[in-house]
Design a protein around this ligand. Structure first.
Ligand code: HEC
Ligand code: HEC
Length: 416
């Protein structure tokens, strides 16, 4: 730890107070997660380097504490409220030549922001075979108040909600061989579910909605660069996501410092943040047994992707994921790939700690569920009805169930 970082860390540790239990390293890691970064140059180099383009000033802004625990899920914009930007809600781009990889709604003084995200919702009725129905809200994302002219013709948008960042240390411990053993890219067993691992630089990807990052360190370093505009040894550009066309942004003052390995966030700080997240437990895990729910979950075909048990470094974790990518059909598809994942493929989302109340992991800051990669599903039922592609069979079997079994299945999912 650099001496010049200590006063700021001490102050933040005081602010986070008694809730920041655990070792000193974890308290510092948590302070880094919650720190609001500022524009360079600041009186202390240890907190500057924000932006120039950014989407939020801290990790915790997008992954806010919930249920008394740090690292919860964000919240999508509220339908019908044009002013509401949500929390931890971002637009990824497929490498726009001017706007880059992410659409930044904020910028440091003197630098134009990229604009504002718009969402229009269209309600669609889904009819069950038993005559009952549900309403899905289909989002249509756009941009407005563009700071650098029109987006390029070929640029596509992909809305992403910040997931909870708990229990990730367990997912990191899963052996690559155990993930690869579940791959069935050509659906040889003929169950309609294929699934393949994402691969990044020779490693198996496992973090993010598209499993585009093999390690927590890489995921966190990219968050510093892409979301906050801070450089690390892994992503050393101090301008973050500014492209050469964004001249003022590229030339703005920055916080790279020789005492921090020539970047804004040195290895030591990144490692403390990684360690803090690695040890942050999943919020669930104490769900009562529900054998009938488990049977229904398996018989409906949910368990083909949401594996109830997975080996992770000698222990079995009930993360309800296979860490594989699945084609989820047109309804959830967009045109922004990540590493080897296409726009149609998403990583099976872990279902641990969806329990309402206990684990606000799945609950947006307004108390509603906000499920799927962009938070569009307001309930487990809606999330299932959005499943298509390889999950089409499971969705169909769910819809055929009598109402009481549908409710029982949803209760099971919510109590994991
Ligand atoms: C502007 C909002 C925003 C900020 C700031 C932000 N994140 Fe995230 N984070 C997201 C979104 C959105 C995703 C999902 C991205 C994806 O998969 O495409 C995500 C994903 C993650 C994941 C992967 C979780 C999983 O289930 O695999 C981790 C870990 C993470 N963020 C850590 C961090 C850290 C550490 C910071 C601060 C350095 C940070 N984030 C800052 C929005 C944000
Ligand atoms: C073919 C694989 C597959 C099957 C089968 C499947 N899922 Fe999923 N599930 C996924 C993927 C992939 C996602 C993430 C999709 C996205 O975010 O767009 C997901 C997301 C979810 C989510 C949202 C989780 C979150 O954190 O936002 C819930 C809830 C869910 N599934 C429940 C179920 C249930 C219940 C069943 C059985 C009826 C089921 N799934 C069957 C692959 C599958």
């Amino acid at each position: 730890m650099r001496p010049s970082l200590l006063p700021a860390v001490a102050a933040l540790t005081l602010l986070t107070g008694a809730a920041a239990a655990g070792s000193l390293d974890d308290r510092i890691g948590r302070a880094m997660f919650e720190r609001l970064w500022v524009t360079a140059p600041a009186s202390t180099q240890a907190t500057d380097g924000l932006g120039p383009l950014y989407t939020a000033r801290s990790c915790a802004t997008c992954h806010p504490a919930s249920g008394g625990l740090p690292g919860g899920r964000g919240r999508p914009p509220t339908p019908g409220d044009a002013e509401d930007r949500g929390v931890g809600f971002v637009l990824r781009l497929n490498e726009d030549p001017v706007y880059g990889r992410q659409f930044h709604t904020l910028a440091t003084p003197g630098i134009p922001a990229e604009g504002r995200v718009t969402v229009a919702w269209k309600d669609e009725k889904v009819a069950y075979p038993d005559g009952s129905s549900a309403v899905l809200s289909r989002p249509d994302y756009g941009t407005a108040d563009l700071g650098y002219g029109a987006l390029a013709g070929g640029t596509s948008l992909s809305a992403r909600l910040a997931p909870a960042v708990r229990g990730l240390g367990l997912l990191e411990r899963v052996a690559e061989a155990d993930i690869l053993a579940l791959e069935d890219p050509d659906d040889r067993d003929g169950d309609g579910v294929s699934g393949r691992a994402n691969r990044v630089g020779g490693a198996v990807g496992r973090f993010g909605w598209k499993a585009a990052h093999p390690t927590l360190t890489r995921q966190n370093a990219e968050a510093f660069s892409l979301d906050i505009g801070l450089s690390t040894p892994l992503f050393p550009d101090h301008w973050g996501d500014c492209t050469p066309a964004q001249v003022a942004c590229r030339e703005a003052k920055h916080g790279d410092s020789p005492q921090f390995e020539g970047v804004e966030i040195p290895t030591t700080i990144l490692a403390l943040l990684d360690g803090f997240l690695r040890r942050l437990p999943p919020a669930g895990g104490d769900a009562p047994d529900d054998p009938e729910g488990a049977v229904l979950f398996a018989a409906t075909g949910c368990a083909a992707c949401h594996r109830p048990s997975f080996p992770a470094g000698g222990e079995a974790v009930a993360a309800f994921t296979d860490l594989l990518l699945h084609d989820m059909g047109d309804g959830l598809a967009d045109a922004v790939p990540a590493a080897e994942a296409s726009g149609r493929e998403w990583r099976t989302a872990p279902l641990w700690a969806l329990a309402a109340g206990r684990a606000a992991d799945a609950t947006g800051t307004n108390g509603n569920l906000a499920l799927l990669h962009d938070g569009r599903a307001r309930s487990v039922e809606e999330a299932i009805l959005w499943h298509g592609g390889e999950a089409d069979g499971a969705r169909g079997r769910f819809m055929e169930l009598p109402l009481s079994d549908r409710q029982r299945l949803v209760r099971y999912v919510l109590s994991r």
